[in-house]
Design a protein around this ligand. Sequence first.
Ligand code: FES
Ligand SMILES: [Fe+2]
Length: 370
Amino acid sequence: MGHQHGVTADARTAPVAVWKILGAMRGEELANWRMARIENNASAQERGADQVPYPFGWFVACYTDELAVGEVKPMRYFGRELVAWRGEDGKARIIDAYCRHLGAHMGHGGKVHGNHLECPFHAWRYDDTGSVNEIPYSRSIPPQVKKPCGGWPTAEANGFVWIWYHPAGEAPKWDVETFPEVGSADWTPYDRYDWYIHSPLQFIAENAADLAHFQYVHGTANYPEAKLTFHEHLRTGLVHAKLGTPKGEIDGEISNASFGPGQAWTRFRGISDTLLVAGLTPVDHDLVRVRFAFTQPKSETEGPLAGLARALIRDIVKQFDQDKVIWDRQRFVARPPICEGDGPIADFRRWYYQFYAEWKDKPGADKAAA
Ligand code: FES
Ligand SMILES: [Fe+2]
């Protein structure tokens, strides 16, 4: 029996119904569902999302191959309009999108001039500190626009362009983590998946500490055993869980870590070795752009193990789809009534709240610290 689009797209009720709907979507339809904006959602205010600030850290701006030499791209992250370009020297640069002259949006029609970004309106030329270095038609540059303003630290690693966000403009406090598997001749090129999640970033991050949901949202047979550690900007987790495969469930070991709030990786062992590099970047208070990039040993993606390797990725992506249905409508609960079996949600929040530089009276942090 075929499903009806109008009905399935709105059904967001019990997990069983959700699984049916997700399971019925394929290919492009599913990819579109992951990226679609939600209509008639409750406002960020009503969901408490607007109280949750943007955490500081390194975040994915785009894939490296999405920004060619000489290319200019508009971006929106952290509630701001940004512009990225790659200069002739190959370096990616990101500054605030609005020109300091008369306010043109430089992501639309801006040009690369050497290593500078040239505004489409009157050709003022910017460097990566946001300082105007040249005005082709004028012999003088107003002193206030010579001062750096609106430049963002960037880095490039693991096939991504990274942007450092800090609400007070503080310099990066750690380096972007790199992985030897990425780009290795023995590992596959990235298999990529994209989502918009309609929530604060915290909801997504908190999932790793939320043990009880695995049974109800993902249908795992029982609670996975998880060990989480929190140290400075690093959170690690080690989970032993059943992984679904076409040949039934297999014991899997999942290790994962977050380097601050924006960069996460997960390594799966037990079926096919898999490295997932995840980038999670806030766009607005109730919108996050998520990128999952998987790489696997080429030896395991050819021959008899190929089906299992693909099934593992499908299962991980499916779990994220299942979580998305919750996150998209969830409300922020500042002081949640945690019960036994919930997992280390309070510990997670205590760790995570260090990245909220501008949030003085952080709800729940007091309880978590107790
Ligand atoms: S608005 Fe950009 S140069 Fe005038
Ligand atoms: Fe989940």
